[in-house]
Design a binder for this molecule. Sequence first.
Ligand SMILES: Nc1nc2c(ncn2[C@@H]2O[C@H](COP(=O)(O)OP(=O)(O)OP(=O)(O)O)[C@@H](O)[C@H]2O)c(=O)[nH]1
Ligand SMILES: [Mg+2]
Length: 424
Amino acid sequence: MFVDNIRIFAKAGKGGNGLASFRREKFIPRGGPDGGDGGNGGDVILEVASGCNDLRSFFYDPKLIATSGRDGMHVRKHGRNGKTMVGRVPLGTIIYRSNASSMHEATFLEREGDGIVLEQIADLTTPGERFMLCKGGMGGRGNWHFKTATNRTPSEFEYGTECEEGVFFFELRRIADAGLVGYPNAGKSTLLGAISAASPKVASYPFTTLQPIVGVVEYPNFNRVVVADIPGIIEGASRNRGLGHEFLRHIMRCQVLLFVVDMSGMEHNPIEAIATLRAEISLYSDEMATRRWVIIANKMDDEAAEENLAMLRMRFPKIEIIPISAAEKTGIEGFKTRLQELIVAETAHNIHIAELKSVREAAELAAAEEAAAEEAAAELAAAEEAAAEEAAAELAAAEEAAAEEAAAELADDETQSEQDVVPS
Ligand SMILES: Nc1nc2c(ncn2[C@@H]2O[C@H](COP(=O)(O)OP(=O)(O)OP(=O)(O)O)[C@@H](O)[C@H]2O)c(=O)[nH]1
Ligand SMILES: [Mg+2]
């Protein structure tokens, strides 16, 4: 059994409650508060373990549950901390958090509901790496912490805090530099055996390889190239024919894809085989279809191979074709050297692309910030202008009103003085 994706429920431990209690002892009157603190809940941690090859350890028991902290006790005794739960996962495991709160809800959402929403939270690509999946709750404080000069007998204490929990998806994507893609029986496993110390099963029937295998190609300069061998892909794999195309996930991270074809043409025409394999890759992932690829023309020891190779070269003039015979080990050293060159070149290219991307993103960010600053300045200037205009208008209106008022007062005074004058 090989398990490369699984859904699990994880729950950390809750924090223990603090205790409110008072020291009661003979000859010690008014012993004071002595309620101990609660213990912390255990965390759920994932660890990349070297001996772990797949996710089968979670298959029959898909849960990771840490224990809760114990409550505080009398005589200021601290409750025991919960035990941390460590889940061992293989290198290359990607962790997703789902929107479901229980396994039942996850099943419902997957089958009948609106579908499950997954958020990637980790990609464990370093040997020995640890990742905190769920944090345990904190223990609460006991009542002796709350003793003050004015309150010698506090009854307050704290409850332990809640812990994190959730439904997570683990997906294993093996880490390899190059991936072997090909029809069953093309000789992928034979090739891996010829270039590395791996000893994958080789047989003359299709689907000999049932699970991905990784081999390490060692070079005299101490360089290493990791090559992944996956089960054979056939036409319609995307519609689940053969073993389906789910295994392609294991070569998703590869820098270079090596398309292995049987040049004897006994089972499939090499040109059609390449066209079908390319189509299946595109159906699986657009991004993967843009990956650097080369053709490994295998079984060149067969008599029909040379003719087929000439036709293949005509059909794919721009694609690099490396002729070998994995079984007879001819062309293997040349292939190994070329493989190293390809990986080095592709790594440099990808780093360059990533740098360009980050430079472009930084430039875009700077431009956006500048535009925002300009907009803010323009808005500020407009607001200031509007405020100044308003203030000027108000001043003018006030002056006019004052002038009118003064004129009216003056007119009143004049009338008054006229009236004053008339009776005399
Ligand atoms: N004549 C000849 N036979 C080869 C060569 N390479 C592999 N074979 C044979 O081809 C058959 C299939 O080889 P495998 O390495 O199992 O092929 P595979 O591509 O891994 O097949 P699956 O795992 O089923 O996808 C075996 O009988 C090999 O001995 C070669 O260079 N020349
Ligand atoms: Mg095989």
